[in-house]
Design a protein around this ligand. Structure first.
Ligand code: NAD
Length: 341
C-alpha cells in the first residue's frame, strides 16, 4: 500500500483524500488543516488522522472535539508521498520540508511549473514521471485543455489552438470571492496563463488562450477552435472522444445546454459531491468545417477534473504501475468513474 498524506484538506484535498481511500493500492495516512473548520469535522467523520500546520493550535482543535495526531512534519514522516493541496504559493514554501525529509510530492496548478519542474497529465506523460521527486498537476482549465488537445493531436495532428475560457467566479462554498454581477477580463491581456500552462505538458502545441470570469460557481466553460493537420469529419472526432476514458459527451438528447444542468445531471447519476471528473464536451457543438477546422464547447468542473490525475500521478511518481492505461483503468474503476456518454 502506498502511504499518502494530503497536506491542505480543502476543496481539492478533501476530494483527493476520498479518491485515495477508494484505491486498492493506497491509503490515507493523514490530512492537514490550519484551523478548526467544517472540513476538519468531515475528516474526523471519514476517519482520516488529522494533523495541523501550527501545533500551537492543538488545544483549539481538541476543545472542538477534534483529535490531533500531530504536526504536519509528523504526518509527512508517516507518508511515502504527499499531495500538496494547500492554497497557491504555499506549496512552494513547503518544498524545502519535502526536500529535507526526502518525500515525493505532488503540487497543484496554483504553483508555478518551476516549483516541481515537471507538470503531469496521465494521458500524456505518465511514463516520464518515474524518477522525479516532484510533479505538478496543471490547473483544472489546463487539464481540460490538455486532455482534448492531446486526444485530437494523436488522432489528426493539431496545427494550432485558439480557446476562450469563461471561468467560474468561485467554488460554491467560497463565499469571500466575487464577482457578484460582472464579467471580469482575467486577464485583460492576451494570452491568458492557460496557454503557457498547457505548454508545460504539451510543449509543441501552438496555443493562444483568452479568459474572463463570470458570476457562476458550477463550472468553467471553454469555447475551443483547433486547426488540424489531417482532414477529418465530425463523426471521426466524436469517435475519438467516445474512446477517451476522461472525455465525456453531453448528448443532444439530454437537453443539457449549461454548466448548471450538467452538475445536476452528475448529482442525479449519484456522483460524489456531484463531481464531473471528465471534460464535458457538448455533442451538439462538435463541428468540423472544411475538413480541418474543429470547434466545440466543453464544460470543466474546476473542483473535480484534476482528482483522477492526482491519483495517477501518485502511481507514476512511485513507479508502482508502469503502464499509464493500467493506472487510469484502476483509478477510474475504484472511483466508479465511467465518462458520461
Ligand atoms: P482551499 O483553500 O479550498 O484549500 C486549501 C487548504 O489548505 C485549506 O483547507 C487550508 O486550511 C489548508 N492550508 C492552508 N495553509 C496551509 C498550510 N500552511 N499547511 C497545511 N494546510 C494549509 O484551496 P483549493 O481550492 O483546494 O486549492 C488548492 C490548490 O489546488 C491550489 O494550488 C489551487 O490553485 C489548486 N486548484 C484548485 C482548483 C479549484 O477549483 N478549487 C482547481 C484546480 C486546482
Amino acid at each position: 500500500m502506498i502511504k499518502v498524506a494530503i497536506n491542505g484538506y480543502g476543496t481539492i484535498g478533501k476530494r483527493v483524500a476520498d479518491a485515495v481511500a477508494k484505491q486498492p493500492d493506497m491509503e490515507v495516512v493523514g490530512v492537514s488543516k490550519t484551523s478548526v473548520s467544517a472540513e476538519a469535522f468531515v475528516a474526523k467523520k471519514r476517519g482520516y488522522p488529522l494533523y495541523i500546520a501550527d501545533i500551537g493550535k492543538k488545544a483549539a482543535f481538541e476543545k472542538a472535539g477534534l483529535d490531533v495526531a500531530g504536526d504536519v512534519e509528523a504526518m509527512l514522516k508517516a507518508a511515502d508521498i504527499v499531495v500538496d493541496a494547500t492554497p497557491g504559493g504555499v506549496g512552494e514554501k513547503n518544498r524545502p520540508v519535502y526536500e529535507r525529509l526526502g518525500k515525493k510530492a505532488i503540487y497543484q496548478g496554483g504553483e508555478e511549473h518551476e516549483v516541481a519542474g515537471f507538470s503531469f497529465n496521465a494521458h500524456v506523460n505518465y511514463k516520464e514521471a518515474e524518477g522525479h521527486q516532484f510533479a505538478r498537476i496543471v490547473s483544472c482549465n489546463s487539464t481540460g485543455l490538455v486532455r482534448i488537445i492531446s486526444a485530437m493531436d494523436q488522432a489528426f495532428g493539431v496545427d494550432r489552438v485558439r480557446a476562450v475560457m469563461v471561468r467560474r467566479a468561485s467554488d460554491p462554498g467560497d463565499v469571500k470571492r466575487g464577482p457578484v454581477d460582472a464579467t471580469v477580463l482575467n486577464p485583460a491581456t492576451i494570452p491568458s496563463h492557460h496557454g503557457p500552462d498547457v505548454n508545460t505538458v504539451l510543449p509543441e502545441v501552438n496555443i493562444v488562450t483568452l479568459a474572463m470570469i463570470v458570476p457562476t460557481t458550477f463550472m468553467h466553460m471553454h469555447a475551443i477552435q483547433m486547426d488540424l493537420k489531417k482532414e477529418t469529419t465530425r463523426e471521426e472526432v466524436l469517435k475519438v472522444f467516445e474512446n477517451h476514458s476522461r472525455i465525456g459527451l453531453v448528448r443532444k438528447a439530454t437537453g443539457i445546454k449549461s454548466n448548471a444542468q450538467l452538475r445536476e445531471y452528475a448529482q442525479d447519476l449519484g456522483r460524489p459531491r456531484a463531481d464531473v471528473w471528465e471534460n464535458g464536451i457538448f455533442e451538439e457543438s462538435v463541428s468540423v468545417l472544411g475538413g480541418k477546422e474543429f470547434y466545440c464547447f466543453q464544460a470543466i468542473h474546476q473542483e473535480a477534473d484534476v482528482i483522477p490525475e492526482n491519483i495517477d500521478c501518485i502511481r507514476a511518481l512511485m513507479g508502482t504501475v508502469k503502464d499509464p492505461e493500467e493506472s487510469i483503468r484502476m483509478t477510474n474503476k475504484a472511483l466508479g468513474f465511467v465518462a458520461i456518454r
